[in-house]
Design a protein around this ligand. Sequence first.
Ligand code: NDP
Length: 310
Amino acid sequence: MKPKILLQAALPAPLIAELQQRYQLIDYQTLTAADFAAMAADFQLLLTNGEATVTRELIAALPNLALIAVFGVGYDGVDVVAAREHQVAVTHTPGVLTDDVADLAMGLMLATSRQIVAAQQFIQQGGWAQGGYPWTRKVSGSRLGIVGLGRIGMAVAKRAQGFDMSIAYCNRTPLADAPWHYQPDLLTLAQQSDYLLLCTPGGASTRHLINRPVLDALGKQGTLINISRGSVVDQQALIAALDEGTLGAAGLDVFDDEPRVPEALQNRANVVITPHIASATWSTRQAMSQRVLDNVRAYFAGHPLVTPIP
Ligand code: NDP
């Protein structure tokens, strides 16, 4: 009998196919309450992605659960306190997606400032025949404030150096070996930045870290770039700041209530939006899949987990 794994959220088809060779994957969404109750004790392992929610109730309902393997680096959807209480380990996929997310952050910075999307629409709508596109803002040489200088934040900082940007960052703890200016006060960082880039984890500790005062400090000439989690930004405050013109622009890959994106963030020349695709390239998704496989195999072989959460 192949061991059963509870599949709680969508994962790439090749990963599923690979797992099915050795394990029996049971799709949580298709289980009736009675099916679930009958099978709950069979699951030692639960697979999820970085966007789904693994609640305390679900963890408690699986008496033999030992591992939650997350496809993604962010594990804010998992109730890690409950997992720890139930002695359930959690793994994620750090590192392999860093470059992609940093690339998209740079892309959003360039696309918002140079209005690449709106400029294409301008051509498509025949605007060029009536005259040139309005001038936009320069990226090179500007000031970048990074909120959350971890793996991804650092990868963006390295790219931004190539654009001769001056770089400052805000973490809860300064990094001993980072060559960039540490600014512990978020409001000051926002005031002193042309771009405020969010690279923190999501979850309760960072919820609405970016509120109206921070957006006002960033100001009319400032651009917010969010590739972290929608929950980090007070989305209503962001919309209000854009409506009132107190914030210059925004580039967003993540939102409050995905996949719903408020009308107010769509169809604005100064807002560029993407549907949570920062790590979604073929090679990175393969590497993330491999990380998940490595952790699952390590678990069933009784070996140490490859990438447990810190
Ligand atoms: P890391 O853990 O390497 O970095 C996170 C950084 O955030 C750390 O430097 C940490 O420093 C800092 N941080 C945490 N809390 C705060 C806070 N309250 N204020 C300021 N800084 C804070 O993670 P990664 O760089 O690998 O990933 C970051 C996040 O990016 C993920 O958790 C995920 O949510 C998101 N992500 C989004 C993707 C997308 O598709 N859009 C794809 C991949 C990741 P310190 O502890 O000192 O505060």
